[in-house]
Ligand binder design. Structure first.
Ligand code: 13P
Length: 247
């Protein structure tokens, strides 16, 4: 099964209208590397302007599980779609921690994203203590069990494996550890989704940089990257797109 690589940037709570100028060079790199799908997920406030700027795929970092209602401060998948988003990250570890999101909520959000025709990027990943205790695979399998909507199709679902201890730290797992985890994720998806699992893209995230992207992208079952800090500038992000295109 050949899966198109996806390199997605998660701007987290960074960015401004002025910083959208970075998108022009990123969009140019996306056009120059047509074998790779490229997306940037800025804060909610920038989605409309980012999508209007050009043809680069724009995503969001969260949504509410309902399509509308009395939920002050929340944004629905339908609203994101209208703003021009094509993907939505759900269940990022920062939200699982800061907003105490549960697997059940993450699953409901992913279902809402898919229901409006957008692509859900469901994030999973273990803490350092869990890895040290030998529980990394079991933790991630349990997150997948609880967070992946039943019946999801490969075209509408992406999984991002982001070990919590690798996010923003400059540390990454070894290629062998990434390979083992991505194989375990593929197998677990097989149990959950059957034959569709083969087409689901599994991204690696956590301190992906221009210097390590090629090695990470070459690992079996790594179908792209979810990039935080290095997605904020074209100077860092474009080489990661190129690394994905080169494998
Ligand atoms: O959390 C991440 C992307 O969602 C990874 O962030 P960094 O690339 O900054 O480590």
């Amino acid at each position: 099964m050949t899966r198109r690589k996806l390199v997605a940037g998660n701007w987290k709570m960074h960015g401004s209208l002025a910083q959208l100028a970075e998108l022009d060079a990123i969009a140019a790199a996306a056009r120059a590397n047509p074998a790779v799908d490229v997306a940037i997920c800025p804060p909610f406030t920038l989605i409309g302007a980012a999508a209007a700027r050009g043809d680069l795929a724009i995503g969001a970092q969260d949504c509410h599980q309902n399509l509308k209602g009395a939920h002050t401060g929340c944004v629905s998948a339908e609203m994101l779609k209208e703003s021009g988003a094509r993907l939505v990250i759900v269940g990022h570890s920062e939200r699982r921690t800061d907003q105490r999101e549960t697997n059940e909520e993450v699953c409901a959000k992913a279902r809402a994203v898919i229901a409006v025709g957008l692509i859900a990027i469901v994030c999973v990943g273990e803490t350092e203590a869990e890895r040290d205790a030998g529980q990394a695979v079991a933790v991630v399998e349990a997150q997948l069990q609880g967070s992946i909507p039943a019946g999801a199709r490969a075209a509408e679902l992406v999984v991002a494996y982001e070990p919590v201890w690798a996010i923003g730290t400059g540390r990454t797992p070894t290629a062998a550890d990434v390979a083992a985890m991505h194989a375990a994720i593929r197998a677990k998806l097989g149990g959950l989704l059957g034959a569709e699992a083969d087409g689901v893209r599994i991204l690696y995230g956590g301190s992906v940089k221009p210097s390590n992207a090629a090695e990470l992208m070459a690992v079996a079952n790594v179908d792209g990257a979810l990039v935080g800090g290095a997605s904020l500038t074209a100077a860092d992000f474009v080489p990661i797109i190129e690394a994905a295109a080169s494998v």
